[in-house]
Design a protein around this ligand. Structure first.
Ligand code: ARG
Length: 243
């Protein structure tokens, strides 16, 4: 490798370890269903949340992403599907409808599952399966993906899609028990986590007989990547029938 490339790699690796401890996804074919949800404002894409394409016209995301931005999403909402760096306006797909799970609670973030319907079908691609069993996934590893902020407290989104592999934490770290409802699942390790702007994106379990399953939706956390405070994800299984 030429020296400049080595330095560039080191710099970016260093950058990443500050955030979610992730790596840059360079091959968009690995996660062709990964979606950026946002709005077009004066011709420019403004990222709101992550999402996952689960059928030709439906993108799974977090209910709170929709609750907070409902009007703007209905007015000028778009998605980019399968692009590691959303940019080319021509490939944006308009949002036609938004849906929030009927049992979503804005106060507790219980059932933080939502969906956006696309104005036309996404280009044909692979989508992850929905989970077929309700499992705790204790001790297993899952992938998280997003363009979220590069450090806790930062307002800078990542312009590249990042991915991290995180252990499921069946105990949910040290969160007070009353904060964690049965619709939530925790995953993360110190230095590895989702952060602001990653909400709505998938928690993917890929070592299943069905290939990758989207078992969770990025929902909330106390800070980002803190010891004892893993990321909290909305479980997809209890929302399966609704989807
Ligand atoms: N609520 C955040 C969002 O809207 C996601 C936060 C996830 N935080 C975490 N530490 N895992 O983007």
């Amino acid at each position: 490798m030429p020296l400049v490339a080595v330095i560039a790699t080191l710099l970016s690796a260093n950058d990443l370890s500050r955030i979610v401890g992730g790596t840059v996804v360079t091959d968009q074919q690995r996660v062709p269903y990964m979606t950026a949800v946002g709005i077009v404002d004066r011709g420019r894409f403004m990222h709101i949340c992550g999402g996952t394409l689960i059928s030709s016209r439906l993108v799974l995301t977090a209910a709170h992403c929709i609750a907070v931005h409902r009007e703007r999403l209905l007015e000028s909402g778009v998605v980019f599907i399968g692009q590691t760096a959303p940019s080319d306006a021509k490939s944006a797909i308009n949002i036609s409808q938004v849906h929030i799970h009927p049992r979503f609670s804005e106060a507790s973030l219980h059932m933080d599952v939502g969906a956006v319907r696309l104005a036309h079908s996404a280009p044909k691609t692979r989508t992850p399966a929905l989970p077929s069993v309700d499992s705790t996934y204790a001790g297993r590893y899952a992938s998280i993906l997003g363009w979220g902020t590069v450090a806790e407290g930062s307002s800078l989104l990542s312009h590249q899609l990042l991915e991290a592999v995180v252990p499921v934490d069946a105990e949910c770290g040290r969160y007070a028990a009353e904060l964690i409802t049965p619709s939530m699942i925790c995953a993360g390790a110190p230095g590895k986590d989702a952060c602001q702007g990653d909400s709505g994106g998938p928690l993917l379990m890929c070592d299943t007989p069905n290939g990758c399953e989207v078992i969770g939706v990025t929902s909330w956390g106390n800070g980002c990547a803190r010891r004892d405070f893993p990321g909290v994800y909305a479980k997809v299984f209890p929302a399966r029938d609704w989807l």
